[in-house]
Design a protein around this ligand. Structure first.
Ligand code: ADP
Ligand code: MN
Length: 177
């Protein structure tokens, strides 16, 4: 089984997974192995060739005994179970500003986070009962890593874990009257 740790850029995937260990960095794989179609003109980012990425990830997973865990904002497109890291839009703005992202790139990512874009894509790809959301707001990197470990452990053992189902995180209902 392939487990993807996904989420809007800046939600803390790479930081938390560095503490977990043994997690494949999907963006790095795409870059290192040239699994892309070229460079996007406007943003200068690589356009991943998702069919090729999917085949490569399946190949890596087949060579494994246990589950393959991958991380990256594209990982929900190529996994069986998705763990979606969420971060309050306010906090995400601050993180992306610190990262030096342009205003346009910050808006694009924060809007996507606010309206659950990656969560919805993950549910479409994996199915509702194979998607978990983790609210990382106010959590340290170690606390996020620990929560991911808890979900990974439950998924690995086929145990149902409550409190992380799609819809458990909601950034907009407080603004609707
Ligand atoms: P992603 O891989 O999801 O894009 P990163 O792990 O690269 O996110 O983290 C983005 C930025 O946020 C980095 O500057 C990182 O140091 C910081 N960061 C990550 N997780 C946390 C956290 N739990 N608390 C505070 N800052 C964090
Ligand atoms: Mn990352």
């Amino acid at each position: 089984m392939i487990i993807g740790i996904t989420g809007t850029p800046g939600t803390g995937k790479t930081s938390a997974c560095a503490l977990i260990g043994g997690v494949l960095d999907l963006n790095k794989l795409i870059k290192d192995e040239g699994l892309h179609l070229g460079v996007e003109r406007e943003r200068g980012s690589l356009i991943a060739d998702m069919d090729v990425v999917y085949d490569r990830i399946c190949e890596i997973a087949e060579g494994r005994d246990g589950n393959l865990v991958i991380e990256g904002h594209l990982s929900h497109h190529v996994c069986d179970v998705a763990i979606v890291l969420r971060l309050s839009p306010d906090e995400l703005v601050r993180r992306l500003e610190e990262r030096g992202y342009s205003g346009a790139k910050i808006s694009e990512n924060v809007e996507a986070e606010a309206i659950d874009v990656i969560l919805v894509e993950a549910v479409e790809w994996c199915g509702r009962d194979r998607v978990y959301e983790i609210d990382t707001t106010g959590k340290t990197v170690e606390e996020v890593a620990e929560t991911i470990r808890e979900v990974l452990d439950a998924v690995g053992r086929g145990i149902v874990v409550d409190g992380y189902e799609p819809g458990s995180v909601d950034w907009v209902s407080g603004y609707i009257f």
